[in-house]
Ligand binder design. Structure first.
Ligand code: DGY
Length: 324
């Protein structure tokens, strides 16, 4: 690095390690609030910066890159997903992009399992009954759900997170894992998962888990045609991005009994408006995009984002760089 310290803009209040690491070598300015920086302010603040530390809520596009200026060298997003970053624009302007794979895998897998169990064992309804007086005596037919024992679990997108979810679920006596992905994952052998065409996965799975990235190919891939191909009692879980689901079609599928239930950690938009029809359904459990929200994981994400930015500014190999 030259004797003049580079400058980095941090777009939010983030776990401390990231900011501390950056501050050792850079001049850091920050939007020190829990809510996102307004776009106008963001465009003003990035002017003249060498690096940007952003979150999945900031659209990193050509307008922003031009607002920053030609000295901008790196964008580090504190997320594993980078669908909010225009990679073509970054490539065109020779800007490196860092992301945070690995450090949140276990947290996201854990939350995926929690969401799956909450949905399949009808915990939302059960907890409500305790509070609203609906809990009478013990009844053999009341609040029965689906267990994982003997089930077939279909994982759409068997990357780091999908595979870890599979490993977490295996001890629940799952009978079979299927996965659909553009590529073979050699790790699939660890859970005896079989790669099959999507239609075969949909027709045979009791649980369908969306663990794929949001790309032009996966955008709204879970639509009415796909829900029709699922089993009538299928439970659909999404902890990837809301954009992979056609939400009106999901509502219709849940309402009409085309599928059994859904558990979502991600929606479009976020936050989901409180008058969303999905919130009227007992067979739909929705969480506010908290899959990676453990102290450990968020702290590691912040640290890795800072290390990516510093490495790029120093002309060194970034720990986790997006290939563009
Ligand atoms: C990510 O990192 O992309 C998650 O969605 C947020 O933790």
């Amino acid at each position: 690095m030259s004797s003049v310290k580079p400058s980095v803009y941090v777009t939010r209040r983030v776990p401390l390690p990231g900011k501390e690491i950056l501050a050792t070598e850079c001049n850091v300015t920050q939007w020190d609030q829990d809510d996102p920086v307004p776009r106008d302010e963001l465009l003003r603040q990035v002017k003249g910066k060498d690096g940007i530390f952003c979150l999945l809520t900031e659209k990193i596009d050509e307008e922003l890159i031009l607002a920053a200026g030609p000295q901008l060298k790196v964008v580090g997003t504190m997320s594993v997903g980078y669908d909010h970053v225009d990679l073509a624009a970054c490539k065109k302007h020779n800007i490196k992009v860092g992301f945070t794979p690995g450090v949140l895998t276990n947290a996201v897998a854990e939350l995926t399992v929690a969401l799956l169990l909450t949905t399949s064992r009808r915990l939302k309804e059960a907890m409500a009954e305790v509070v609203n007086g609906g809990w009478g005596t013990w009844k053999p037919l009341w609040l029965c759900g689906q267990g994982l024992d003997g089930a077939t679990v279909g994982i759409v997108g068997l990357g780091r997170i999908g595979l870890t979810v599979g490993k977490c679920l295996k001890p629940f006596a799952v009978q079979k894992f299927l996965y659909s992905d553009a590529f073979e994952n050699p790790g699939a052998a660890e859970i005896d998962a079989q790669r099959v065409p999507l239609d075969e996965l949909l027709a045979n799975s009791d649980f369908v888990l969306a663990c794929c990235a949001l790309t032009p190919e996966t955008r709204e891939m879970f639509n009415k045609d796909v829900f029709k191909k699922m089993k009538k009692n299928a439970i659909f879980i999404n902890t990837s991005r809301g954009g992979v689901v056609q939400q009106d079609d999901l509502y219709d599928a849940l309402k009409s009994g085309e599928i059994g239930a859904a558990g979502l950690d991600v929606t479009v938009p976020e936050p989901l408006p409180t008058n969303s029809p999905l919130l009227t359904l007992n067979n739909c459990v929705i969480l506010p995009h908290i899959a990676s929200a453990t102290d450990k994981s968020r702290s590691s994400m912040s640290e890795l984002t800072a290390r990516n930015i510093l490495a790029a500014l120093n002309g060194e190999k970034m720990p986790t760089q997006v290939r563009i």
